[in-house]
Design a protein around this ligand. Structure first.
Ligand SMILES: Cc1cc2nc3c(=O)[nH]c(=O)nc-3n(C[C@H](O)[C@H](O)[C@H](O)COP(=O)(O)O)c2cc1C
Length: 140
């Protein structure tokens, strides 16, 4: 079972999560998709791949009330686990994701695919990109 845990304020990262899940399912793998506010860290530890999604918030930061605490709790337990990251951004260059990616790698997680970032969310184009990312994750 692949588990997707995400936060989304205006729905862009949620769209990404749903289309990534679609790609995973289309490849014949089971997937569970949850808002970060509805799940505890210990519920994702058995996942085949832990897929985390969060948009750029603050000043190139993770969302601070739900996603950052979840990630903080996950980091000490993530060594060797298969992980993938995704999220939507606005006016920046993706710096928040570079920082997040480094943090996850420093905790010795096994990052199975390069993080996926999209600018806001474009119907059609980004749907397909996310679906393909899900298909890749299903093969990891
Ligand atoms: C409070 C706030 C802070 C943001 N900070 C950044 C930022 O630092 N860099 C950036 O590229 N976009 C930033 N954005 C834009 C969002 O990342 C972008 O709109 C994204 O698509 C939102 O995803 P969501 O719909 O999943 O919430 C910010 C948006 C908000 C509301």
């Amino acid at each position: 079972m692949i588990k997707i845990v995400y936060w989304s304020g205006t729905g862009n990262t949620e769209n990404m999560a749903n289309h990534i899940a679609e790609g995973i399912k289309a490849s014949g793998k089971e997937v569970h998709t949850t808002l970060v506010g509805n799940i505890e860290v210990n519920e994702v530890m058995d996942a085949e791949v832990i897929v985390l999604g969060c948009p750029a918030m603050g000043a190139e930061q993770l969302e601070e009330d739900e996603m950052q605490p979840f990630v903080d709790a996950l980091l000490p337990q993530i060594e060797g686990k298969k992980v993938a990251l995704f999220g939507s951004y606005g006016w920046g260059t993706g710096e928040w994701m570079e920082i997040w990616h480094e943090e996850i790698k420093a905790a010795r997680a096994n990052v199975v695919c390069e993080p996926l970032i999209v600018n806001e969310f474009t119907t059609g184009q980004d749907e397909e990109i996310c679906k393909q990312y899900g298909e890749r994750l299903a093969k990891c």
